[in-house]
Write a protein that binds this ligand. Structure first.
Ligand code: SF4
Length: 443
C-alpha cells in the first residue's frame, strides 16, 4: 500500500477571552458514574469563559499530557462544537475530517494512547488501522452517528446476502466511512472499498472497473450525487426503502421496480440519510443567489440542492474554501451547524462573511449541529484524560474493532479475538483500497 499523505492542519480558530466556552449542557444523569464528578465541577464553574474553564481543564489535562508525553494523541472532528475543536488544538491535538482522522494511528506509530472527540465510527476506523500497541479511546461512547445507526450490520447483512447471492462477483459493496467496522469488512470481503465524501467518485469509479454493479451503503444522497458525478443514468439506480420501514424479512424482489429494476441497476443504494444534511432546499439556495452570495454544500445533501449550488464537497473542501476565500467574499454553506459556526468565526477575522444556508426568511428548520457528536463535551475530555492517567478509564470508552455499541447506554459488546482479527483483516482490505485509489488520484 502506498503511504497515505493526508495530514491534519491547524484550523486557524482562536480561543478568544470573550467567547462563551460551553456547548449545550448534558443533564448529569447522561454522564457515566466515572465522569460525573468532572461534570459537577464543570457545571458549577461561575461563568464558562476561557478564564474559568481553562485553569479547570489544565488541572486534569496537563498532568495527563506530562504523564503520557509524546505517546498521547488527541483527535477531534470539525463538527465538534467550536470549543472542543479549540481545546483539542490548545493541547496539541489534531482537528480534521473523517478521512484524515482515520489515518492518524497509521501515520503516527509513536502515538500509543489515542483519544478521540467525535462519533463512534470515526474512532473505530482509527482502531481498525491501529497497531496492536496503540489503544483508541472515545471520550463519550454514546456519541453515535444517526446515519450509521440506520445501517447496523444486522439490518444490512440479510439484504446484502440476497444481493450477493444473486449477482456474485459482479457486485461489490462500497461502504461510506459513516459505517461500522462490520460493514467496512463486508466491503472488503466483496471486492469493494470504503469511501468518504471527498473521494466517493474516485472509489466508485475505480471499483466499477472490476464489478459492474455497486451496492452503496448507507447514504442515499451521497450515493445519488456520486452516481450523477460519474454519469450513471438515474434510471439505473435503485434506492432501497428507508431503513425505518424495512421489515426484518425484507425480500429483494420487493425493491422499488422489483427484480427487473435490480437486474438493470448499476448502483443499488441503501436508503439511509443524515438528518442534519437533508434540511436544505433549492429555495434556500435561490434566496442566497438572489442576494449575491455563493452557495456551497456537502454531498450528503439531496441531489437537487447540490445541482443548484455553486459547489459541493467534503468537510475538508468546505473548510479550504473558507480559508482561501478573498476578503469581501460572501459564502452561504449547507452543512453541519457547528462547522458553519466555526467557519463563520474564523472567516470574520479575514473579512469574509459566512452564513448557514438555512438562515433565510421563512425557513423554519434550524441549521442544526450534529447533536450526538456534541456529546463529547469538556467534562468528558477532562475526565477521559484524568482517568487514563490514573489507570481508571472505564472499559466502555475503549474502542476495539467490531464493537457493537448502544448509543443509548454507552455499553458495548465485543467480538471474540478470533472474530475481531478476521473483521480487521477484511475492513483493512476495504480501507487500504480506498487509500490506494485516493492517493493514486492525487498523482
Ligand atoms: S452530521 Fe450526520 S452523518 Fe455526520 S456524524 Fe452527524 S449524524 Fe452522522
Amino acid at each position: 500500500m502506498s503511504r497515505p499523505r493526508a495530514q491534519s492542519r491547524a484550523t486557524g480558530l482562536l480561543l478568544q477571552p470573550n467567547l462563551p466556552i460551553c456547548q449545550g449542557d448534558l443533564p448529569l444523569d447522561r454522564y457515566e458514574a466515572a465522569f460525573r464528578p468532572y461534570a459537577e465541577e464543570y457545571l458549577a464553574l461561575p461563568d464558562r469563559t476561557p478564564e474559568t474553564v481553562l485553569p479547570w481543564l489544565d488541572r486534569y489535562v496537563t498532568p495527563a499530557i506530562d504523564h503520557f508525553g509524546d505517546s498521547l494523541l488527541l483527535l477531534a472532528h470539525y463538527y465538534m462544537g467550536g470549543e472542543i475543536v479549540k481545546l483539542v488544538e490548545r493541547y496539541g491535538g489534531a482537528v480534521a475530517d473523517s478521512y484524515v482522522l482515520a489515518l492518524q494511528a497509521l501515520r503516527q506509530p509513536e502515538k500509543k494512547v489515542i483519544v478521540e472527540s467525535a462519533v463512534h465510527f470515526m474512532a473505530e476506523t482509527v482502531a481498525i488501522l491501529a497497531a496492536d500497541d496503540q489503544a483508541v479511546w472515545i471520550t463519550n461512547p454514546r456519541a453515535g452517528c444517526t446515519m450509521e445507526m440506520m445501517a447496523k450490520d444486522w439490518m444490512v447483512d440479510p439484504i446484502a446476502t440476497q444481493l450477493h447471492d444473486r449477482y456474485g462477483d459482479d457486485m461489490a459493496t462500497v461502504a461510506y466511512m459513516n459505517t461500522s467496522g462490520r460493514l467496512k469488512a463486508l466491503a472488503g470481503r466483496t471486492g469493494g472499498a470504503v469511501c468518504t465524501s471527498s473521494n466517493a467518485h474516485h472509489i466508485v469509479g475505480s471499483i466499477r472497473e472490476q464489478a459492474s454493479r455497486i451496492f452503496f451503503v448507507p447514504d442515499e444522497h451521497l450515493g445519488r450525487n456520486t452516481a450523477h458525478r460519474l454519469g450513471i443514468d438515474q434510471d439505473r439506480i435503485v434506492v432501497l426503502p428507508q431503513p425505518t420501514t424495512l421489515p426484518p424479512d425484507f425480500d429483494i424482489s420487493d425493491c422499488p421496480g422489483g427484480l427487473s429494476s435490480l437486474d438493470g441497476a448499476e448502483m443499488i443504494i441503501w436508503g439511509g440519510y443524515c438528518g442534519v444534511h437533508t434540511v436544505f432546499t433549492t429555495a434556500q439556495v435561490a434566496w442566497w443567489h438572489e442576494h449575491g452570495w455563493e452557495v456551497h454544500v456537502h454531498p450528503e445533501c439531496p441531489l437537487d440542492v447540490v445541482l443548484a449550488a455553486d459547489g459541493a464537497g467534503s468537510t475538508g473542501y468546505l473548510w479550504k474554501l473558507v480559508e482561501e476565500a478573498p476578503e469581501g467574499a460572501r459564502l452561504a454553506i449547507g452543512t453541519e451547524g457547528h462547522f458553519v459556526q466555526n467557519a463563520r468565526t474564523f472567516a470574520a477575522t479575514r473579512g469574509v462573511e459566512v452564513r448557514h444556508l438555512t438562515e433565510t426568511p421563512g425557513t423554519t428548520t434550524a441549521g442544526c449541529g450534529c447533536a450526538t457528536m456534541s456529546r463529547n463535551d469538556p467534562p468528558h475530555l477532562a475526565g477521559m484524560l484524568d482517568l487514563l492517567r490514573r489507570g481508571e478509564a472505564p472499559d466502555s470508552n475503549r474502542v476495539l474493532a467490531g464493537d457493537q455499541v448502544s448509543e443509548d447506554t454507552g455499553t458495548r459488546q465485543r467480538l471474540s479475538e478470533e472474530h475481531r482479527a478476521s473483521l480487521v483483516y477484511d475492513a483493512r482490505l476495504a480501507l487500504d483500497r480506498m487509500i490506494t485509489i485516493t492517493e493514486a488520484s492525487r498523482q
